[in-house]
Each structure stands twice: as structure tokens, then as C-alpha cells.
Design a binder for this molecule. Structure first.
Ligand SMILES: [Zn+2]
Length: 237
């Protein structure tokens, strides 16, 4: 516990993340600052249950929008690759203040797809990681920026469309070097695994979801699946 506090205060020679003070300064949107500073300073939310970060009932506590992006950009999938991510929308989570943000993530090998949940009403980012993920070492410059392949908005045709978003955000030259570092392959065809689409359907079917999941984002796969499921349910009545 003592080591943990030392790290938080930035007293150690090596830090696992930005200092608490830096993270508070980083909170966006501005209207959130007071609420987030007063929020629980924690690695996981008290009383939360379910898989950490992977179920909406146990979202990752972070410090505002930039906190979400910086957290995702440091995650490594089980094969040790960086992630690409976009925000599908938000979900009203029972028992927690405000909304829980819902991100779709995939590693640069397109092998590990997930839906991750964030609660951004906290003064700092969690030091915990979702099951089977790890964290890249803290980089004294890079980890202090939001440069990566994560966006707070919904990406059409994810993850192929991320190339355009990153190019618009960072310019063609710098954008290309970031994509290279992350291992983004423009030419690689992709298809969401059926089990992953099921996960997205589960989010929608909670009835608590507000966001951008549409035929556009999912290439109609989810809507087709929904239609089939509803038809089967009807037939069983
Ligand atoms: Zn992977």
C-alpha cells in the first residue's frame, strides 16, 4: 500500500503512470473536473461486480475522455500487440454515477476483439488491466499524449476506417509513423467474429445503450443477427 501511495505521488524513480496532479489537470470535458476530482480514487469501483473492464457492471475508472484514450493506448492484447479502439456509445449503468462509455477494441493482428467499459468520473486512471491484457511500460513522453489509434467517436467501418481518422488527426507523415508503430495494416481484410457480434448485441439488448451502433458501424452483421434471433424467438412462442 505504501509503495502504491509513493507511486501515486510520483515519489518513486519510476512511475507507472502520470502523477495524480497531472491526471487531474488532464480531465476533459471541463464541466467534469469537479465531479471527477471528488470521485473515488481507485483501481476498481467499490461494489462493482463482473469482469473488470469487460462488463458494464465493472467499468474501468478513469479521468475523463483523455483518460479513456490514454488507458486504451497502453493496453496490450494477449499476443502483445497494441489496440485500435472507437467509442460505440454509452450505457446507463445501474449503481454508478453518470454513464459508462462503451468502446469496441481490436488488436493490430485483428485477433482479439473486445467491448470495454469505462467510467470517467475519477481523478486518475486505474492501474489494473482487463483479464488477459497487459500494459505497455510507461513512456515519459509518449504515454502523456493521446497519440494512438483510439478515438472517442464511432468509427465507420472499424477498424479499417481508423487509418483515415488518424491521418486527419495527426497529418499524413506523423499519422503514418504512428500507424506503423501500432502495426495497422490497411490492406488486411477483416470480419468481426460471430461471438464478438453477440457481445455487441447483448449491449444493445440491455435497453440501456445510447450510441452509434447501427448497420453502418457493424456492416449490418449485428442487425441481421438481431433479425434472426427475433424470428427464432417468435417461432418458439
Ligand atoms: Zn492480439
Amino acid at each position: 500500500m505504501f509503495n502504491f501511495i509513493k507511486k501515486l505521488l510520483g515519489a518513486g524513480a519510476r512511475s507507472d503512470d502520470e502523477t495524480l496532479n497531472e491526471q487531474i489537470q488532464d480531465i476533459l470535458p471541463a464541466g467534469l473536473i469537479q465531479l471527477a476530482v471528488a470521485g473515488e480514487n481507485c483501481d476498481s469501483i467499490a461494489g462493482a461486480s463482473g469482469l473488470f473492464g469487460l462488463e458494464h457492471t465493472n467499468p474501468v475508472p478513469v479521468n475523463g475522455i483523455k483518460g479513456e484514450i490514454k488507458y486504451i493506448n497502453r493496453l496490450l492484447c494477449p499476443c502483445g500487440k497494441y489496440l485500435m479502439a472507437h467509442r460505440l456509445g454509452s450505457i446507463k449503468a445501474p449503481g454508478s454515477e453518470g454513464a459508462v462509455d462503451v468502446y469496441e477494441t481490436v488488436c493490430s493482428e485483428l485477433a482479439h476483439w473486445d467491448i470495454m467499459y469505462f467510467h470517467f468520473y475519477h481523478p486518475r486512471r486505474s492501474l489494473m488491466v482487463p483479464k488477459n491484457y497487459s500494459r505497455d511500460a510507461f513512456h515519459s513522453q509518449f504515454s502523456k499524449t493521446i497519440i494512438g489509434m483510439t478515438t472517442n467517436t464511432a468509427c465507420r467501418n472499424f477498424p479499417a476506417g481508423m487509418g483515415q481518422i488518424v491521418t486527419e488527426m495527426l497529418g499524413p507523415t506523423f499519422g503514418a509513423s504512428v500507424m506503423k508503430k501500432i502495426g495497422y495494416k490497411t490492406s488486411q481484410p477483416f470480419k468481426r467474429p460471430a461471438a464478438h457480434i453477440e457481445k455487441i448485441m447483448d449491449v444493445i439488448q440491455t435497453g440501456l445503450f445510447e450510441g452509434h451502433v447501427s448497420g453502418d458501424v457493424l456492416n449490418c452483421e449485428a442487425e441481421k443477427l438481431m433479425a434472426v434471433r427475433l424470428r427464432n424467438e417468435e417461432e418458439q412462442k
